[in-house]
Design a protein around this ligand. Structure first.
Ligand code: GLP
Length: 251
């Protein structure tokens, strides 16, 4: 039955959820590498995946997990920010993960904050994902508007990588980090819902009571462009990794 293929996995706390997922990603990287090709990971930003990246770094340092044959594609980037801006997703990803593992810089893909031409850049991003053979595992968070990446309400099921205007709720949530609402970019580049849903496997992380209402809508509500995370319900291999607080409104 459409609408019920995604799995819900509820963990004691966010550390356990992230440790579990990190272990599964290490297994996936090993399996894909053993089959003779690079593993392709779609990555996400935000506070939510921080413990996951910490655990991946630990696995690299202490247990021999190598990123030498890993290719990554990040979901999104704020438009207008130079790479070195402290709030750019380029900075975030390097601080949280890339600076601490053996990934080749040329295997890292993050949408540009200041592309010469946005349309061309987005088309090239899509092409790079295709050239890599598609995404094996796409990591996701969820914004309070229900967005995955920056696919704000109204983002069609078949949308592709593009420029998007940020929802006022999303900008408000970013205001503290940027030191004020007026400092938060108004637009971003995001992979589209269609781009994301083509990943062979998806994992959405959501923690804390603040996410409980939107998590319920995403998992139990109607499948609608108003909540782009609801599209995961139709994916054959998508899982929600929740802590108890984020799961508290599920029926
Ligand atoms: C931003 C990112 C999303 C992320 C969301 C939630 O909007 N573009 O990918 O899921 O924030 O952030 P947090 O994990 O900090 O709650």
């Amino acid at each position: 039955m459409p609408g019920k293929s995604s799995k819900v996995r509820i963990f004691e706390d966010r550390e356990t959820a992230c440790r579990t997922l990190a272990g599964e990603l290490a297994g996936l990287i090993a399996t894909v590498n053993a089959s003779g090709r690079d593993a392709v990971l779609g990555l996400a930003t935000g506070n939510t995946p921080v413990p996951l990246y910490r655990e991946l770094v630990r696995l690299h340092r202490e247990e021999g997990l190598s990123f030498a044959r890993v290719v990554t594609f990040n979901l999104d980037e704020y438009l207008g920010l130079p790479r070195e801006h402290p709030e750019s997703y380029w900075t975030f990803m390097h601080r949280q993960l890339f600076d601490h593992v053996d990934i080749a810089p040329e295997n890292i893909h993050i949408p540009a904050g200041q592309p010469d031409d946005v349309g061309t850049h987005c088309a090239e991003y899509e092409q790079a994902i295709r050239d890599a053979g598609g995404i094996d595992f796409q990591l996701l968070g969820i914004g309070r508007t229900g967005h995955i990446g920056f696919n704000e309400p109204g983002s069609p099921r078949d949308s592709r990588t593009r420029r998007i205007e940020l929802d006022p709720v999303t900008r408000e949530d970013a205001a503290d980090a940027f030191g004020g609402l007026d400092q938060v970019p108004t637009h971003a580049i995001t992979m589209g819902c269609g781009t994301i849903l083509e990943a062979r496997r998806l994992g959405l992380l959501a923690f804390g009571e603040r996410k409980a209402a939107i998590v319920r809508e995403a998992i139990e509500g109607p499948i609608t462009a108003e909540v782009s995370a609801s599209f995961l319900q139709e994916h054959p291999d998508a899982a929600f990794f929740l802590d108890r607080e984020a799961a508290e409104q599920l029926g």
